[in-house]
Write a protein that binds this ligand. Structure first.
Ligand SMILES: Cc1cc2nc3c(=O)[nH]c(=O)nc-3n(C[C@H](O)[C@H](O)[C@H](O)COP(=O)(O)OP(=O)(O)OC[C@H]3O[C@@H](n4cnc5c(N)ncnc54)[C@H](O)[C@@H]3O)c2cc1C
Length: 222
């Protein structure tokens, strides 16, 4: 019987690992199945661009895995039973169970509101494709109505800085405020110098206003 490897999650970690395993292991004695909630490869690290109105590529996972022998199951993982070595999945057809001998768990992460009052109800995040599309629709709507607006980006990590920069570039007429909790400090994992230089230059050119305070979101988003 073939050794069954089930990879849950086809983001950077799951897709790359599955592809590497498929190259290194023989299909004669190994079977690799990837389970992912959506049929596309979502480039999370480009989602701030999507939020700002740019298009980003979302290749079909069937194309990504073409010719590798990897089986793709587009479904949502709802449970893992390590005793029985099964993964429960749900899809439009109702779902079912997949048995495994080896499980690779790569479901990624989600945006967190850190308990900031009002954030869950009134703020946007760019951690997932659906959530990144919401601020984009909001900004598009304001632009269609010919209205200006103010965008407040909370958080001065790389994602916050990149999001603010992309929105500033996309809608340079908007006033932009960036709020942070603390004074700027060196990042634990610094970006490559060339990328940091590009970010700094874009940031400098567009001169967003910066304010520092503990965030509390009290105004509705629409
Ligand atoms: C806006 C933004 C910018 C970023 N920029 C950078 C950067 O410049 N450099 C950097 O190193 N990192 C960056 N990151 C972080 C980086 O995107 C993550 O570290 C990376 O995506 C993690 O990869 P992953 O494969 O673990 O998870 P993910 O890429 O999140 O993939 C998880 C996969 O699992 C699927 N999934 C989730 N739940 C289920 C479920 N229940 N059932 C089935 N499938 C499920 C999802 O659909 C997804 O395909 C950024 C993140 C964001 C949001």
């Amino acid at each position: 019987m073939k050794h069954r490897i089930v990879v849950v999650g086809a983001g950077y970690a799951g897709a790359c690992t599955a592809e590497t395993l498929a190259r290194r292991l023989s299909p004669v004695d190994t079977e690799i199945t990837v389970v992912n909630a959506v049929p596309d490869f979502v480039q999370r690290l480009r989602l701030h661009r999507l939020a700002a109105g740019q298009e980003i590529e979302a290749p079909k996972l069937t194309d990504v895995f073409a010719g590798t022998g990897i089986r793709l199951r587009v479904a949502r993982v709802t449970a893992v039973d390590p005793e029985r070595r099964t993964v429960t999945v749900a899809d439009a057809d109702g779902g079912g169970e997949l048995g495994y001998d080896t499980l690779l768990y790569a479901l990624g992460s989600r945006g967190a509101d850190h308990g900031v009052p009002g954030a869950a109800e009134h703020a946007f995040d760019v951690a997932a494709r659906p959530s990144a599309l919401r601020p984009r629709e909001r900004l598009d709507g304001l632009a269609r109505q010919g209205e200006g607006g103010r965008v407040l980006v909370v958080g001065d990590g790389l994602t916050g800085i990149e999001t603010a920069t992309e929105i500033t570039v996309s809608a340079s007429q908007q006033h932009l405020h960036r709020a942070r909790r603390r004074e700027p400090r060196p990042c634990a994992a610094s970006p490559p110098p060339a990328r940091l230089a590009r970010l700094t230059e874009t940031w400098r050119r567009h001169k967003p206003d910066t304010t520092a305070h503990r965030p509390m979101v009290t105004r509705p988003r629409s």
